[in-house]
Design a protein around this ligand. Structure first.
Ligand SMILES: NC(=O)C1=CN([C@@H]2O[C@H](COP(=O)(O)OP(=O)(O)OC[C@H]3O[C@@H](n4cnc5c(N)ncnc54)[C@H](OP(=O)(O)O)[C@@H]3O)[C@@H](O)[C@H]2O)C=CC1
Ligand SMILES: O=C(O)CCC(=O)C(=O)O
Length: 486
């Protein structure tokens, strides 16, 4: 990877070459556990840089789509090997850049390797169906074909997995890619891109352009040569991108927020439910769109659940994600830290009872740490029960019945993931039927995504499309229906 090593500056990757932006400006990416440490600088790219990348991608796609699926898959297998070889460096960079603990960062990078291998294999799978024609002397079949250039706009919370679960399927189905990663995690993205470079990917097939969302992300959304845009991030940005791409007739896919409930029924294994609330709600400092943020507990076990939860949350160690002793790292950015503090204040003002935590943790390096926080007596109309906090905050809500629990669980604008802890098959079946969520989890935490299964939400969480697994084919290809007669 070409970096100017003295300053640890990372370049754009356009048409198979590492290049500086014509703006000659860089943006510093800092460590949320130690904000005075600069992890690296990335290019503050201009609209002209983006144009070059889109042109390169458009040109390269013409040859790339002509390769067989197996040939494209071989390239992805090579990238997977490079990523695996660099797992320690990339995971450490991720921890230093966005704060996630090192074991979580290693797990995510290993997931990236598995994603690449899964989609590499996809190059050998079927790309259409034979459909009987009413004309007995004709052959009729459908054939999936690539879209063209795909714009990939990604957030900072999964800086390896999300760029890969969008780019790998785009590539295997014959598209070329321009990736615009979140600025807060762009150094990690540059290191992932280096794996494509080391694997000898043909020039222009995948490109990286870093810079401001309002310039590079917006530019991808507006550019008519970019046939499709896939996005994960906030609802405000996602909805804006959706409108922009739709207005020029492009295809888009949006994965956005969640306000995921976990229902704890009286008949469940309470210890399992407690562990799931903690793991699903507080891992990654609550910065997952699949995080549990509302814990809806049946009256009969409410007090017992609360005491068990408190005992375990008290034992959570917060600190630099690079330290083995840290179970929970800092918030990823100063902005995120301020947002979470603000939600905690609003929760108290609106009458929720602060049961545990709620304070920033002072630290000699000025890291963006917040105590794991539990609110009691939360009602559905409160802001902390409605809006995505993206921080280590759990809201406890008490209900009498499972019907009431499901109604409460559905009383939000989001519908990404939802979980129930119960041993009662009737409760479980009505939960599966009535819950408004794309991911329905029984006796398991709300977070946790399997790369071979469809991923996405209902209501405001997604644009009704699904990504990952076989579902990716729907978004990253279009269909030809061929009627062949001799
Ligand atoms: N669903 C999820 O997984 C995620 C949800 N969020 C939610 O979003 C909140 C804010 O986080 P934030 O990082 O600001 O999320 P954003 O949605 O603003 O950022 C996500 C991506 O979009 C880019 N972007 C920003 N503005 C535009 C634009 N006008 N056009 C095109 N692309 C753009 C960003 O670039 P740049 O980084 O340069 O701004 C980044 O690459 C969080 O508190 C959380 O609630 C955040 C991350 C992931
Ligand atoms: O839970 C996961 O593994 C993925 C979550 C996710 O996609 C997100 O937070 O953006």
């Amino acid at each position: 990877m070409k970096t100017t090593t003295e300053t640890n500056t990372f370049l754009n990757y356009i048409n198979g070459k590492w290049s500086a932006s014509d703006s000659r400006e860089v943006i510093e990416s800092t460590n949320p556990a130690n904000p005075s440490e600069i992890v690296g600088s990335v290019q503050n790219s201009s609209a002209q840089d983006l144009d070059l990348a889109v042109q390169a991608a458009s040109e390269a796609q013409k040859k790339w789509k002509k390769l067989s699926g197996a040939e494209r898959g071989n390239y992805l297998f090579k990238v997977a090997d490079k990523l695996e070889a660099n797992i320690d460096d990339i995971a450490e960079t991720m921890t230093r850049e966005m704060g996630k603990t090192l074991p979580e960062a290693k797990g995510e990078t290993a997931r990236g390797v598995a994603i690449l291998r899964y989609y590499a294999g996809e190059g050998m799978r079927k790309e259409g169906d034979v459909i009987p024609s009413t004309d007995s002397s004709a052959l009729m079949f459908s054939k999936r074909v690539p879209l063209g250039v795909v714009g990939v706009i990604t957030p900072w919370n999964f800086p390896v997995a999300i760029p890969l679960w969008k780019s790998a399927p785009a590539l295997i189905y014959g598209n070329s890619v321009v990736l615009k990663p979140a600025t807060e995690a762009a150094v990690t993205a540059a290191k992932v891109m280096d794996c494509f470079d080391q694997a000898g990917f043909p020039e222009g097939v995948i490109n990286l352009v870093t810079g401001k969302g309002s310039v590079i992300g917006q530019g991808l959304a507006e550019n008519k040569q970019v046939t499709a845009v896939t996005f994960t991030g906030s609802n405000a940005t996602g909805n804006h991108i959706g409108k922009t791409v739709a207005a020029r007739g492009g295809k888009y896919q949006l994965e956005m927020g969640g306000k995921n409930p976990i229902i704890v029924a009286e008949d469940c294994d309470l210890d399992l439910a407690v562990d799931a609330a903690i793991s699903g709600g507080l891992k990654s400092t609550g910065q997952k769109c699949t995080c549990s943020s509302r814990v809806i507990v049946q009256k009969g076990v409410y007090e017992k659940f609360k005491q068990k939860l408190l005992a375990k949350v008290e034992a959570i160690s917060v600190g630099d994600g690079l330290k083995e002793t840290s179970w929970m790292g800092p918030c990823a950015t100063k902005g995120q830290f301020e947002t979470v503090k603000n939600y905690i204040e609003v929760g108290q003002k609106e009458g929720a009872e602060l049961l545990f935590g709620g304070e920033p943790i002072s630290d000699e390096n000025g890291g963006y740490y917040i105590e794991p926080t539990i609110f009691d007596k939360v009602s559905s109309s409160m802001t902390i029960a409605q809006e995505e906090i993206f921080g280590p905050v759990l809201a406890l809500m008490e209900v009498e019945t499972i019907e009431e629990a499901i109604e409460l669980a559905n009383d939000v604008e989001f519908g990404l993931s939802a979980s129930i802890f119960s041993k009662n098959i009737d409760h479980i079946l009505s939960f599966i039927d009535d819950i408004e969520a794309g991911l329905v989890r029984i006796n398991s935490e709300t977070a946790g995504v399997e790369l071979q299964a469809p991923f996405g939400g209902m209501k405001a969480s997604s644009s009704y499309s699904r990504e990952q697994g076989e579902a990716a084919k729907e978004f990253f290809t279009t269909m030809k229906t061929v009627f062949l007669k001799g």
